[in-house]
Write a protein that binds this ligand. Sequence first.
Ligand SMILES: [Zn+2]
Length: 255
Amino acid sequence: MSHKKYFTLSFDDGIEQDKKLIELLKQYGLQCTFNLNGGLLGEKNYVAYAGEIGFMNLPPRAKIRRSLFKTVNQYRIPADEIAQVYAGFEIAAHAFMHEPFKGASAEKINESLDKDREVLSRFTNQPITGFAYPGGFSSEIAGKCLEKKGFLFGREAFTSDSFAWPADPFRYKPTCSHKSKNVFELIDKFLDAEAENEDLLFMMWGHSYEFDYGTENSSLEHMERVFEKISGHNGIIYCTNSFAFADHAKNKNPK
Ligand SMILES: [Zn+2]
């Protein structure tokens, strides 16, 4: 039996800068999973950052010393626009209010998942089968809740530098971020890798507001260089994350 190589993207928060990203994705024939918060659609916040690290999500009226921090807009796309903006791409859940699941009870997590799913599927008319952990941390309880509710995977934010399929798909570390310093090295490695004994997955994650940092590793131009290098190769399946996880499960248990 032959094994497959999948390349997927996973971008968080459902923000205005996704529109530019989507133009690039279409240009390079790539798919992406967008992780949205059903309770925050249309919210306007901003993110304080230093260098290439965004470290604080702030509400519009938060007073910060603008002289000390640089900020970028984090304007979430309103509910009545999401079906159109994300047409042809996967929408996944990212917690109803972007609340962290680490340390939360099963009851709270289930409530958040149900509300997020209800709103996102109502506005996009697609089933919601993927999840990305806000803040990046998973928990054993959260992984179990996702599995029970029929989700296909839960993505963390801390990277693995690896193409191996996760032992636990509900607490999965992506390969790298679009702004990881070794992103081009990893792409070279992935292009050379043979899926001899198992399926391989290269999942790249990020936030499109990070393009506004305009740094060497975090800009729209840098993203385009990444897409140029990874796209258009025979033998790589470019797909959404739910497709990859469902297809991989089929490969493992052919009927
Ligand atoms: Zn987020």
